[in-house]
Design a protein around this ligand. Sequence first.
Ligand code: ADP
Length: 398
Amino acid sequence: MTDDRTKLLIVDDLPENLLALKALIQHDDHLIFQASSGEEALGLLLEHDFALAILDVQMPGMTGFELAELMRGTEKTRHIPIVFVTAANRDHNHAFKGYENGAVDFLYKPLDVCAVRSKVNVFVDLHRQRQQTQRQLVALEESRRQQQTLLTELQATKVDLQNALRMRDDFMSLVAHELRTPLSALSIDIQVRQKHLEKGNASFFGPEQLSGMFAKYRRQSQSMTRLIEDMLDVSRIRNGKLSIRPSTTDLSRLLERLVGDFPRQDSDSVISLNIEPGVTGFWDEFRIEQVVINLLSNALRYGAGKPVEVSLHATPEAARITVRDWGIGIAPDAQQRIFEQFVREANPAAHTGLGLGLYITKQLVEAHEGSITVDSRQGEGSIFTVTLPLGKVEQTQA
Ligand code: ADP
């Protein structure tokens, strides 16, 4: 607990004088320090913050005036009001020069009880007021600082908000554009076929045409579904609602199945597998599938028709999946950027995504406490590496 009593210093070489003065100014709110010489007083003055120093003028060694002189020359003690106690008459008061402007006063022996108390009270009140003003100044400065911090935060939030709004607008126009393209193609296709139907052009509706037509419709609807799934995932990620439901998963089998069933669409690339058998861990199968599909689709899309290799290896702690292509590669400065939202690097390969695939992939991998990296050279291809900690594997009942 802090002692908030006002500190007073009394200096006199005679103990009986100190005792008498102390008795006069004693008060519950005062903490009185005594010194019997100027030297002793200086030590106390440097250590404490006094509201007032009452100095006996006539002291052997350092006189009260000399002590006051030293106090005025020191930064810490310069502003301490001084009351001199002197037996001399008023005419000698000017002996103490240069303090006309300072808070200096005199008390005359024999001490008058009322005069002593009233003088001390004046200086104690002054000191309290000064302390209060000081506290208010500190509080004011603190609140000004807080205001400044708030203002800075507010400005940063405003910039974030503007960025978020711009991103949302960009996102909406991107989505609209991406959906409009296949939808208008579909709509034109339907109109053309309807015309043929009205004109009775049966040749447009033979088994071969119908099968091609349905394959095309399926591709279009799949790409639109993917867009919508991606948008939903991004919104889940943004709201922190992307949940994973891990269970014991045989990753080797999962990869074999995925690659076996993978729709090649327009790509002639061969996908080769280099899979360590029996790599099992605690993962969300559906989400890991999504990760591999994204990497594989990109490898086929940007792989320049060259082979693509999917490998799986395990350490005692983690599984490592790599998807490698020998396609167009990625410029060094783009290699980190591609994991951000809406990043689609300009390249000659046609793409159908929103630039969300790798962003979602990274979030899904990180939701499994894993990591994803890319190693790529332009014109030489890319290697995407996903490392997934095995997690706790469920004990299967015998
Ligand atoms: P999208 O959803 O459009 O496919 P992604 O987030 O999957 O977007 O990829 C972002 C960008 O990263 C792509 O536009 C492409 O420029 C680049 N990229 C991704 N994978 C590869 C790859 N295997 N080879 C070359 N570039 C790639």
